[in-house]
Design a protein around this ligand. Structure first.
Ligand code: LFC
Ligand code: MG
Length: 434
């Protein structure tokens, strides 16, 4: 039973100094500090349940997103949770269409990340209170702007079909988990020695799919890709990620030089907004057997729709915090199913693995019903700060068993990493003379 009026919303600026170790570095983000705007919702239900929501950010960007969350807070405060989820589509639209905020969006950028943080908290709270059927899930989706490719009725049919064999797929997940790949071995800022050492460990731990960062320097890329391909052997799967570094012709040319290392995909070869550019690259790379993957910085369902319409991607990477929470991600999973494009979520960051595992396991059980060409990203940083961290076994995500969206962080971790007054930052800033 849904219950409670939202009587409190707090948002914290939580940052981890990951840049100090080069963790998370790529061709465009050379010194990322993995961070989160962390939202806590409280209700007057008296049951002690809270809703925790995060969105992933980097360093100073968190300040802006925290402001945006505060600007959205009045939509949630004093609302009855029953009214919110009773018309979740309307509520989603209320947030994304706020007359004074949509000018700095709409449905993109800092304000959309803030929407994700707030709605992720609502989903966490709601998930702790009750389960959901296909009709309820559909009622959360804003179909505005996508009915030309997916109507509510078509979406319902997909979910209805997804009911067939659901039990078996649930059991399969509980037994074997959802297949994952690791990005942790080959951040761009890592030395060759670190790369080798991490790769050796990952192989020992049973990883069979690896992603390497590329895009800054071709000779470096060739050396690192050769090193990793030699280590993992010809059979294991290798993906490459350029984090938007290239122009369109440059992407094709660069990848033709890296094709000998047999990557399954090149991720974010160019600007995430260049839909036709992605289509051109996809087409040009077909003869090389390389697919295009993108989505971690895809603004919203509209851009995903167009990427699908013009065959601009062969692997679709949803992100639990970039899109407008579960609501918008559901619409993208359903569109991907319609276009028969495999979803391979973006994860890592702070908490992205924790959240997105729910979405991709749901996708397998209730939407795609397939594991073909599918896997979920995994990065082994910062899980210790979460109350319900992901469980990886044999390079697979084991389904989370606690109710909720696995979004809650440990109080102590939040306190220590709060910027700028948490202990970790007080020390670091003092050492830097600030
Ligand atoms: C700055 C970040 O670490 C990115 O490099 C990361 O999200 C990356 O694109 C990925 O695919 O994991
Ligand atoms: Mg990436």
């Amino acid at each position: 039973m849904v219950r409670g009026r939202i009587c409190g919303l707090s948002v914290r600026d939580v940052r981890f100094p990951t840049s100090l170790g080069g963790h998370g570095s790529d061709a465009m983000h050379t010194d990322p500090n993995y961070s989160a705007a962390y939202v806590i919702l409280e209700t007057d239900a008296g049951d002690g349940l809270k809703g925790y929501g995060i969105t992933f950010t980097l360093g100073r960007g968190t300040e802006v997103v925290v402001c945006a969350v505060n600007a959205l807070a009045h939509h949630v405060l004093s609302k009855d949770l029953r009214d919110i989820v009773g018309d979740f589509r309307g509520f989603y639209r209320q947030l994304t269409s706020d007359g004074q905020l949509r000018w700095i969006g709409p449905e993109k950028g800092a304000v959309h990340l803030a929407t994700a943080a707030v709605l992720n908290a609502v989903w966490d709270l709601w998930a702790k209170q009750e389960g959901k059927d296909p009709r309820t899930l559909l009622s959360c989706i804003d179909f505005r702007y996508i009915t030309d490719v997916l109507t509510e009725e078509e979406a319902f049919e997909i979910l209805q079909k997804g009911q067939v064999g659901k039990k078996e797929r649930e059991e399969q997940m509980l037994m074997h988990g959802y297949p994952a790949y690791t990005t942790s071995c080959a951040w761009l800022g890592y030395s060759d020695d670190t790369l080798k050492q991490l790769c050796t460990e990952a192989l020992k731990d049973g990883w069979t799919r690896f992603k390497v960062k590329v895009g800054a320097d071709l000779q470096d890329d060739i050396r690192r890709c050769r090193l990793i391909r030699d280590m993992i052997g010809p059979e294991k799967i290798l993906m490459m990620d350029a984090n938007q570094r290239w122009d369109v012709p440059e992407a094709v040319e660069w990848m033709s030089k890296l094709a000998e290392f047999k990557p399954l995909w090149i991720e974010e070869p160019t600007s995430p907004d260049d839909i036709l550019g992605h289509a051109t690259i996809s087409k040009a790379l077909v003869p090389l057997g390389i697919g295009v993957a993108t989505g971690e910085q895809c603004h919203n369902r509209v851009i995903f729709k167009q990427l699908l319409q013009v065959k601009a991607l062969q692997f679709l990477q949803i992100d639990s915090c970039r899109l407008g929470s579960v609501n918008e991600n559901l619409s993208v999973l359903l569109m991907a199913k319609k276009f028969e494009i495999p979803v391979c979520p973006h994860a890592g960051g702070v908490g992205l693995c924790e959240l997105v595992q729910h979405l991709i396991i749901f996708d397998f059980i209730s939407v795609s019903a397939s594991l073909k060409n599918r896997m979920c990203e995994y990065v082994d940083h910062l899980h210790e700060h979460f109350r319900y961290p992901v469980i990886i076994k044999k390079a697979s995500y084991m389904p989370p068993k606690d109710a909720g969206y696995s979004t809650e962080m440990k109080t102590d971790s939040v306190q220590k990493h709060q910027y700028p007054d948490g202990d970790v930052w007080k020390k670091l800033l003092a050492a830097q003379g600030n």
